[in-house]
Design a protein around this ligand. Structure first.
Ligand code: FE2
Length: 449
């Protein structure tokens, strides 16, 4: 493995840094997926993304006890035998409760409970095999983003006669609509996957987490029940809640921003700011749980059409290479990425500070007010006792080049409000590699959390 100097050319607050690393691959691996931010030429229209796309969303049942509607929902869409796709949710009793409700409604259950965090390509195919053997005519996904994304993958594979899920990486790579109706029931308040056209699945051969966007994966019905979210331990509440915040922030500042979706994104940020610490500190706080359930729903609706930014590709890569939790990776990456992005659209970041985090910005310049949004996210992370550096959670500096290149090529980078290149992504990783880069220095706590 050759050593290579990795110079960071001047852009943003990390300019002028350089470091040496082992070269993982002498040639940049190109997956040919990233649409990037090409310079517009004079033959193009005057506006970037002049035409907006608002994607559909499934019908949604929301509220305390909503999980008990799964039987009637299955009947309404003509499901006789359900493939339940889940991690098993051990110790919560949720899977048994769902199969009982389905049984009472006359719907059979075949349970695939081997989904893991950062769902793997082979898990999609194992679940698909069970669907084929059992002749299940519908899917009920029960869990967080991992279970729901795996189930979406099964629908895509089933609609294409068992073709490998890795063939569908990217946007609208499937040709056939799904034949299997699907109900998605979230047990975390973060993913939003139960109402979006996206899934993220690990390609285990390439140690890479693929992002897929396909209208054929959009489930038929979503069920959001805050009672299920109460089963989350505090750290999972924090990580998944920060995932919801990241969806909302990235959608709000996305260069593909859709105004209707911005309204949802800013409300999601406000709800997270006002409720996530309470849900973390007291998991039985019903008001905080319900508000976080709405926050994750609104955030998902926002990014479903507005897209995401560079934070998600960084989290996708670390999920694929090291199997690290998605929400935790987003939490570490978010403040430095926001700091980098502020010059791209300071007014939008000022909005986040003012309307999302209720900061009084009177008398401040737009720029100073915009950077307050970064500080507020750091305060929130401190309240949630979230790890600050990549090194603490296992990232190896040797993998920096590979991680930066893979993240750059993820199609989710497209919404980033500032132009990117792989070097810049490297800087963003290095900003929090072993020494946390933060604007806000919290007072040291007298209590070890
Ligand atoms: Fe996410």
């Amino acid at each position: 493995m050759a050593k290579q100097d990795y110079d960071i050319e001047g852009k943003g607050p990390y300019e002028g840094t350089s470091f040496e690393l082992d070269t993982v691959s002498p040639q940049a691996p190109s997956r040919g997926l990233h649409r990037g931010h090409p310079r517009m030429d004079i033959t193009e229209g005057k506006e970037q993304y002049a035409r907006k796309t608002v994607f559909p969303t499934p019908r949604m049942e929301f509220g305390w006890g909503a999980h008990e509607s799964v039987g009637e929902e299955a009947n309404a869409i003509g499901m006789d035998d359900a493939l339940i796709v889940t991690t098993g949710l051990e110790g919560t009793g949720i899977v048994d409760a769902v199969t009982d409700v389905l049984d009472e409604a006359g719907v059979g259950s075949h349970v695939y409970s081997d989904v893991t965090s950062n769902p793997k390509d082979f898990e999609v195919h194992e679940a698909y095999e069970l669907q084929q053997e059992s002749n299940a005519d519908g899917i009920v996904a029960v869990g967080g983003g991992s279970s729901i994304d795996c189930a979406k993958g099964v629908r895509l594979v089933e609609a294409h006669d068992g073709r490998d899920i890795t063939e569908f990486e990217g946007v609208e790579k499937g040709e056939n609509p799904s034949n299997l109706p699907m109900i998605a029931m979230s047990t975390t308040a973060g993913t939003g996957s139960e109402t979006t056209v996206y899934a993220v699945i690990s390609d285990t051969d390439e140690e890479y987490k693929m992002a897929l966007g396909d209208g054929g994966m959009l489930n038929t019905v979503a069920i959001i029940d805050p009672a299920l979210h109460r089963t989350m331990p505090p750290h999972l509440t924090a990580w998944t809640g920060m995932d919801a915040l990241t969806h909302a922030v990235e959608a709000y500042v996305s260069r593909m921003g859709v105004k209707s979706n911005r309204a949802m994104a800013i409300e999601a940020i406000r709800l997270v700011a006002e409720n996530l610490p309470q849900a973390y500190a007291n998991g039985n706080n019903e008001e905080a749980r319900e508000n976080m359930a709405w926050a994750q729903y609104l955030a998902a609706q926002a990014f479903n059409s507005a897209g995401l930014g560079i934070v998600h590709p960084m989290a996708h890569v670390l999920g694929g290479v090291y199997d690290l939790p998605h929400g935790l990776c987003n939490s570490i990456a978010l403040p430095a990425a926001m700091e980098f992005e502020v010059p791209g659209d300071p007014q939008l970041f000022k909005d986040i500070a003012e309307r999302g985090f209720s900061v009084d910005t009177s008398g401040m310049t737009t720029r100073d007010a915009a950077f307050k949004a970064v500080e507020e996210v750091e305060k929130l992370k401190a309240d949630l006792n979230i790890t600050q550096t990549w090194q603490e959670i296992g990232m190896q500096e040797d993998d920096l080049q590979k991680c930066s290149e893979y993240a750059f090529e993820d199609f989710c980078t497209e919404g980033t409000p500032r132009d990117l290149d792989p070097d810049t992504v490297g800087q963003l990783f290095m900003a929090n590699y072993d020494d946390p880069w933060i604007r806000y220095e919290p007072e040291p706590s007298r209590v070890s959390l």
